[in-house]
Design a protein around this ligand. Structure first.
Ligand code: ZN
Ligand code: FE
Length: 256
């Protein structure tokens, strides 16, 4: 078993595709399948053969490529049990606490309801790698399309206990807009100011801001920082339970 190789590529309007590859076995997974042609092109570029699709949630921009890729490669599809009728055709379904072995690399499954009810995150503990789908973004978090704010806060609380060195891959490049909002609720956060400027520079050069790390998110992501005095003051909830602060911050982002 060798170290995992990771290849990220932009696709659709603002999605990221990610390939995971274990060179000894040749096993290759795509995290979600936003666009079959884009995934196939990435596989061709790396000369990797697809063996698995690891799904985070049912939305079309994460799953529409699945049927074509299965037809072309015969790969297996592994995904959340909790999406029910919204996500069919899975070879293996996984629930909170389940594990999945990818070429000797163990992934632990976190149920992370909020964006969708059945959303899961893939945590490769030994590799310190998190595939977060649309649960957490760089300086942001997913919209609450199905779940409640309380559910999402519980999901994020689990994630924010992961080791600070964890590399986080997420489904979208939403970073610049997220940074603007983050600054609106926490303008005095020095780390956030520095990061927002760095992000503008990266994007001006057409470069991705993903992956991120848990250390960076703990310092700059307002949805992981309801314990920040400045955020609590700015949303008028000093000393309130963290879930309440999160709920208010999420509401403000929806109206930003
Ligand atoms: Zn989504
Ligand atoms: Fe998405």
């Amino acid at each position: 078993m060798a170290d995992l190789e990771i290849f990220q590529f932009p696709c659709l309007s603002d999605n990221y595709g990610v390939l995971l590859h274990e060179p000894n076995s040749g096993a290759t997974a795509t995290i979600d399948a936003p666009d079959a042609d884009a995934v196939a092109a990435a596989l061709a570029e790396k000369s990797w053969n697809l063996t698995e699709i690891l799904v985070t949630h049912h939305h079309w921009d994460h799953t529409q490529g699945i049927p074509q890729l299965v037809r072309q490669t015969g790969c297996k599809v592994i995904g959340p049990a909790g999406e029910g009728a919204n996500l069919t055709g899975l070879d293996t379904t996984l629930d909170d606490g389940d594990t999945y072995d990818f070429a000797g690399h163990n992934a632990k499954i976190f149920a992370s309801p909020g964006h969708t009810l059945g959303h899961i995150c893939w945590w490769f503990e030994d590799d310190r790698l998190l595939f977060a789908g649309d649960t957490i973004f760089v300086m942001g978090c997913g919209r609450l399309l199905e779940g409640t704010p309380a559910q999402m806060w519980t999901s994020l609380e689990k994630l924010r206990r992961l080791p600070v060195e964890t590399r986080i891959y997420c489904g979208h490049e939403y970073t610049q807009a997220n940074a603007k909002f983050a600054l609106s609720v926490e303008p005095g956060n020095k780390a956030l100011q520095v990061r927002a400027a760095a992000v503008d520079k990266l994007r001006a050069q057409g470069r991705p801001t993903v992956p991120t790390t848990m250390a960076l998110e703990l310092e700059t992501n307002p949805f992981l920082r309801p314990d920040s005095d400045e955020i609590q003051q700015n949303v008028g909830l000093v000393g309130a339970p963290l879930g309440e602060v999160f709920t208010e911050v999420r509401k403000r982002k929806d109206n930003f």
